[in-house]
Write a protein that binds this ligand. Structure first.
Ligand code: C2E
Ligand code: MG
Ligand code: MG
Length: 686
C-alpha cells in the first residue's frame, strides 16, 4: 500500500464522516469484540451442550458486531448525495457475518492444533471482508463505485492477519489480561479492514443512474442497526453474566467438596488447616482473647465396625457428624480429621470451665444412641483438650497438647474429657523412649522367658507351665509385660516379639525330659497375621516339640477383632494338634458368645475373680457359674492367680480342674525349672 493509499484512508476517515457516528461505530465494535472474545474463550473450554450454545451465541454476537460496525460507519459516511441500501443484500451481509463467524468459530471450538486456530482467526478476517463487500454491494448511489484492487487486497490481508493474531491471543493467553489484547486485535481487524476497504473506492456520479425508491434510507437502516446493536449487547451481557454465575457456582461447589468430608459433611483436614491459620491470626490480632482446641476419638469404633459391619460404622459417623456440625455456634469449629477422629476449635473462652462445657456438649451429642438395624447403639468418645489459658498461643501447639491429653483420656475408661497437663509431656517422652528401646530389645537379647507352674487340682502335681515374657532393660531393670506389651501391641512390635516367645518357648520345652505342656500367650495381632500358621508349623518342625504339648492362650479381644477369620485360623491351629485356651475369662464382654463360637481346650478364669473367692459371694458365684459352663461344654477350667490355701480349697470343693498362681510359687527362670522338667533324668542318674 503506497503513501497515496494511506492518505486515502486518512482522508476517508477525516473528511467524509460524521464523527459522532464514527465514535458510535467504534464503541459498538469495542464492546462487541470484548463480548465476542470472552465468549470465544469460554467456547474453547465448554463441554457438550454448553459448547453448542456458546458457538451459536458467539457467532450471533461477533457476526452482528461486524455488521453493525460496518453499517454505523456507513451511516457516518457522508457522501454528499442521495443514497440508500438494497434490503436483500443488506440482510445477506448480516447472514454472511453470522454464518462466517459460525464457520470459523467451529474450528475454534473443536480444533486441536495451533494452525487450526490461526486458520480460524484468518477465517474471521475473511468473514469481516466478505461481510464488508456484500454490504458495499447493497450501497446504492446515483453513479457507480470504482474499486482500487490493491487497496481491496490490502484490506483483506489486514483483516485476515489481524484476525489470525486476535484468535491466537485468545487461544494462547500468557496472562489473564490477554483477552483484552485479543479484543484489541479484533477491533483492529474490523476497523482497519473497513476503512482500508472504504479507501479503495472512488465514486463516479452519473445523472443516468437513479437510486430506486424501494430501498432502505439512512434513517431506517439506523433503526435496524440500533436494534441489532441492542440485541448484541443484551444477549452478550446476559450470556456472559449467566456463564460467570454458573462458573462461580461450579467453583464454589468444587471448593466445598475439596474442603468437606463426603460422609459426614463436616469440614475436612484441608479446611482444618485453613481454620488453624485463621485461628492463629485471630489470636495474634487480639492478644487478650483465649481459645481452646480439642481432639476427639470415638471409643471402640473399630469393634463396632467389626461387629456390625462397615455400613453401620459409616451410618454412625454420618449421624455423629451431622450432630457435631449442628452443634457449632459462633467462633466454634469442628472438622473430621480422620477415620473416627474429629478436631474442634473454640474461640473466645474466658475460663477453663467454658472449654469443659463445650467438650461436654460434644461428648453428649456423640453419646445420643444411634439406631443401627433396629438396635440402639451408644457410642462414647474420648476428648483431649488444651487452652491458651495455660498451654501456649499457637494453635498447632495446642492441637499437639490436646492429642496428648486425648491419649490420657483413652487410657482411662472412666474419663471422657481430659485437659492437657505439663506432666503429660514427660510421660509421652518416656513412652517414646520406651518404644525406641523396645524396638532394639529383641536383637540385644534383653528378653527372657519365665515359667509359671500349672497344677492339677486333685493331685496338686505340676502339669505344665505358662510362659511369661520379661524385659531386662539395661537401665530400668526388669520391666513387667503389663507395661510394655500394650506398647508392643500399639506399635505392632508384638508380632515380632510374640514370634520370638513362641520359638524360644518351643525350643526350650522340647529339651525337657518330662513332657510338660507349655502355654504361650498369643496377642490378637499375631493371630490375624497372614503368615502366623506358617510360622507356627515351622517352629514346631524346627523345635520337634510334639504339637499336643503346646497350648496357645488367646483372649477375647482376638475373637472380637475379626471373628470369622480368627476362628478359621484357630480351627487350623487345632487341626495341627495344638491346643487353644481362653485366657482371662470373665474380663471381656461377650464371654458366653465367644465360648459358643469356638471349641476351646481350656478356660482360664481371670485372677481378679479368684482373689478372696472363698469369702466374696459375688466372685464365688461367677467362678461357680464358669465351672458349670465348663462342665456343660466339656471344657476343663483353670483358675489363675491362686495365692492362698483357702482359695485353693474353695476351688477344689467346686471341682475346678487346674490351678495356677503364687501359691505354688512365683514364675521361675529356665534354670530354676530344670529340676522339675528334668526330674525323670535326675531319678535315672541317682
Ligand atoms: P496372663 O496371660 O493372664 O498371665 C498371668 C499373669 O498373672 C502373669 O503376670 C503372672 O505373673 C500373674 N500371676 C500368676 N499368678 C499370680 C498370682 O497368684 N497372683 C498375682 N498377683 N499374679 C499372678 P505377668 O507375667 O506380669 O503378665 C501379665 C500379662 O502380660 C499376661 O497376663 C499376658 O496377658 C501378658 N503377657 C505376658 N507374657 C506375654 C507374652 O509372651 N506374649 C503376650 N502376648 N503377652 C504376654
Ligand atoms: Mg496368659
Ligand atoms: Mg490370664
Amino acid at each position: 500500500m503506497g503513501g497515496k493509499a494511506l492518505y486515502r484512508i486518512i482522508e476517508c476517515l477525516t473528511q467524509e464522516h460524521d464523527y459522532f457516528l464514527v465514535a458510535a461505530a467504534a464503541l459498538v465494535c469495542v464492546v462487541g469484540s470484548c463480548l465476542s472474545v470472552l465468549i470465544a474463550r469460554r467456547l474453547i473450554f465448554a463441554t457438550e451442550r454448553r459448547k453448542y450454545i456458546q458457538l451459536g451465541l458467539g457467532s450471533l454476537i461477533s457476526g452482528a458486531t461486524i455488521w453493525s460496525t460496518h453499517f454505523i460507519a456507513m451511516l457516518a459516511y457522508e457522501p454528499g448525495f442521495e443514497h440508500g441500501y438494497e434490503p436483500v443484500l443488506t440482510g445477506v451481509s448480516l447472514a454472511v457475518g453470522v454464518l462466517g463467524v459460525l464457520a470459523t468459530n467451529t474450528f475454534l471450538a473443536f480444533g486441536k492444533h495451533r494452525w487450526v486456530f490461526v486458520i480460524a482467526g484468518a477465517g474471521f478476517g475473511l468473514t469481516v471482508s466478505a461481510m464488508h463487500y456484500v454490504g458495499m454491494a447493497a450501497f446504492l448511489l446515483p453513479g457507480q463505485i470504482n474499486w482500487n484492487v490493491t487497496s481491496v487486497a490490502a484490506s483483506i490481508i489486514l483483516g485476515t492477519t489481524l484476525g489470525a493474531a486476535a484468535y491466537h491471543r485468545i487461544v494462547y493467553p500468557v496472562t489473564r489480561y490477554c483477552w483484552m489484547g485479543g479484543a484489541f486485535l479484533m477491533v483492529l481487524a474490523i476497523c482497519s479492514m473497513h476503512f482500508t476497504g472504504m479507501s479503495a473506492i472512488t465514486l463516479e456520479l452519473s445523472p443516468f443512474i437513479i437510486v430506486p425508491e424501494q430501498v432502505l434510507p439512512d434513517g431506517l437502516l439506523g433503526l435496524l442497526v440500533s436494534a441489532v446493536t441492542v440485541i448484541i449487547l443484551v444477549v452478550g451481557f446476559a450470556s456472559i453474566s449467566l456463564e460467570v454465575n454458573l462458573e462461580r457456582e461450579a467453583i464454589e461447589q468444587l471448593e466445598h467438596t475439596a474442603h468437606h468430608d463426603r460422609l459426614t459433611g463436616l469440614p475436612n483436614r484441608l479446611e482444618l488447616s485453613r481454620q488453624t491459620k485463621v485461628f492463629d491470626k485471630t489470636l495474634a490480632d487480639f492478644g487478650g482473647m483465649n481459645a481452646a482446641t480439642f481432639t476427639i476419638d470415638l471409643d471402640l469404633f473399630k469393634e463396632i465396625n467389626d461387629l456390625h459391619g462397615n455400613a453401620a460404622g459409616d451410618e454412625i459417623l454420618r449421624k455423629i457428624g451431622q450432630r457435631l456440625g449442628a452443634l457449632c455456634g459462633e467462633g466454634e469449629f469442628i472438622a473430621r480429621s480422620g477415620g473416627d477422629e474429629f478436631v474442634a476449635l473454640k474461640l473466645n473462652i474466658v475460663t477453663i470451665e467454658e472449654a469443659k462445657a463445650f467438650a461436654e456438649r460434644i461428648s453428649n451429642q456423640i453419646s445420643i444412641p444411634v439406631d443401627i438395624a433396629g438396635l440402639s447403639t451408644i457410642v462414647r468418645a474420648s476428648i483431649g483438650g488444651a487452652t491458651t489459658l495455660d498451654d501456649g498461643r499457637k494453635t498447632s501447639d495446642l492441637l499437639q497438647k490436646s492429642d496428648l491429653a486425648l491419649y490420657r483420656a483413652k487410657l482411662d475408661p472412666e474419663t471422657d474429657v481430659c485437659f492437657y497437663h505439663p506432666d503429660m509431656d514427660e510421660q509421652s517422652r518416656e513412652r517414646l523412649l520406651m518404644i525406641a528401646d523396645l524396638r532394639q530389645a529383641a536383637s540385644r537379647g534383653e528378653f527372657e522367658l519365665v515359667y509359671q507352674l500349672q497344677n492339677d487340682l486333685v493331685s496338686l502335681e505340676p502339669v505344665g507351665f505358662e510362659v511369661l515374657i520379661r524385659w531386662n532393660h539395661p537401665e530400668k531393670g526388669r520391666i513387667s509385660p503389663s507395661e510394655f506389651i500394650p506398647l508392643a501391641e500399639e506399635t505392632g512390635l508384638i508380632r515380632e516379639i510374640g514370634l520370638w516367645v513362641l520359638r524360644t518357648a518351643c525350643l526350650q520345652a522340647a529339651t525337657w525330659t518330662k513332657p510338660f505342656s507349655v502355654a504361650v500367650n498369643v496377642a490378637p495381632q499375631q493371630l490375624v497375621q497372614p503368615a502366623f500358621l506358617e510360622h507356627l508349623s515351622d517352629i514346631l518342625m524346627e523345635s520337634r516339640l510334639p504339637p499336643e504339648r503346646l497350648e496357645l492362650e488367646v483372649t477375647e479381644a482376638s475373637i472380637i477383632e475379626d471373628q470369622a477369620s480368627t476362628i478359621e485360623v484357630m480351627h487350623k491351629i487345632k487341626k495341627m494338634g495344638v491346643r487353644i485356651a481362653m485366657d482371662d475369662f470373665g474380663t471381656g464382654y461377650s464371654s458366653l458368645a465367644t465360648l459358643q463360637a469356638f471349641p476351646f481346650d481350656k478356660i482360664k478364669i481371670d485372677q481378679s475373680f479368684i482373689q478372696d473367692v472363698d469369702t466374696d459371694h459375688q466372685r464365688a458365684a461367677i467362678v461357680r457359674s464358669t465351672l458349670l459352663l465348663g462342665d456343660a461344654l466339656k471344657i476343663p477350667v483353670l483358675a489363675e492367680g491362686v495365692e492362698q490355701l483357702k482359695e485353693l480349697n474353695f476351688l477344689r470343693s467346686e471341682n475346678c480342674t487346674y490351678v495356677q498362681g503364687y501359691y505354688f510359687g512365683k514364675p521361675l527362670s529356665l534354670e530354676d525349672i530344670q529340676p522339675i522338667v528334668r526330674a525323670v533324668d535326675a531319678k535315672k542318674v541317682s
